[in-house]
Every structure is written in C-alpha cells, then in structure tokens.
Design a protein around this ligand. Structure first.
Ligand SMILES: [Zn+2]
Length: 167
C-alpha cells in the first residue's frame, strides 16, 4: 500500500525589525546591490548579498545579454564570483532583493537553476546557509537552509564515487 510522504519546510515570516544586525546588513546589501544590476531587457533589478565568515559581504546582481541565455541571475553571479575569488570563505548568510528599474522592492524567489547552484554551494561547505527572501506585503521570509528551496534536489552524493582522484 502506498505511503504518503509529507514534506514540511520551516519558514519564519519576519519584518525588518526582527532581523539580527548581521541579517539586517545582509538584507540592506542585497537591496543596495540592485543599483548595479545590468538589466536593460527585463528592467528587473535583482541583488544578492552573501554574508561571509569574516563578517564581510559579497554582492551579486543579475547580468543580462542581448543573446538572452548568456545572462545570469544575481544569486549565481554572487556565488560563482565568491568561489572564483575567495574560495576559502564560508557563507553564513544570504539575502536576495528585487525591484523594477524604477520602483519599490517586490517579493521574489529564486529560479530553479539558482536553487540547484545554491544547494551545491551549501553542500560543498557542509554547513547550512540561512536565506532571507522578500515575501509579500513587505514581509521577509527566513529559511534555515538554502536546500529548503529544492526538496529532492540532485547533489554530488547522487553521483557515482570518483574513481580518478582530482588533481
Ligand atoms: Zn536564478
């Protein structure tokens, strides 16, 4: 007999006043980063901030291209940029913000491709990364871990064990 499997994800619904000082700084950095989006086609500015274990913040923004598939989301420019330049750093927090080119901040969530990448970097550092996303009506969603956005996600654990050592 089939057994149902029910998933639960704990998401806290907050206001800015509920954030810790470090979370508030990350949240504001994600918002400020939207000023540096390159979004001449969508006119949708997205910013990401990563809080690092040394207390610094690393930002990313969406980068679009006339050849549409060549662009990249803010979450991935941040994660790839950090891994390329400061691979020794651990990520201890992440926030995403979005707004129209001219207008107020809006509710947003990460696309499927970014969810896959976010889960990979969390898996890579063996430590959950809390995430702040803008919810409806000015609320803030706090997820305990990036992988909460991707239940049943594919990870390196699903690959066959490497037979040739990495050089
Ligand atoms: Zn994305």
């Amino acid at each position: 007999m089939a057994q149902p499997l029910r998933l639960t994800i704990d998401v806290e619904v907050l206001t800015e006043a509920d954030l810790t000082p470090a979370e508030a700084a990350t949240w504001q950095a994600a918002r400020a980063a939207t000023d540096h989006a390159y979004a001449p086609y969508s006119h949708f500015h997205v910013g990401t901030a990563l809080l690092l274990d040394d207390g610094t913040l690393f930002r990313g923004t969406n980068q679009e291209n006339a050849a549409f598939p060549s662009g990249l989301c803010a979450e991935r420019t941040a994660l790839f940029g950090l891994a390329a330049t400061q691979p020794e750093r651990r990520i201890v927090g992440m926030a995403v913000a979005a707004r129209p080119a001219s207008g107020d901040f809006v509710s947003v969530t990460s696309c499927g491709a970014c969810r896959q990448v976010m889960a990979e970097y969390e898996h890579r550092q063996h430590q959950p990364i809390p995430l702040l996303l803008p919810g409806p009506n000015g609320s803030i969603y706090r997820f305990g871990r990036l992988s909460d956005l991707l239940p049943f996600g594919f990870t390196a654990d699903d690959l066959p064990k490497q037979r040739v050592p990495e050089v």
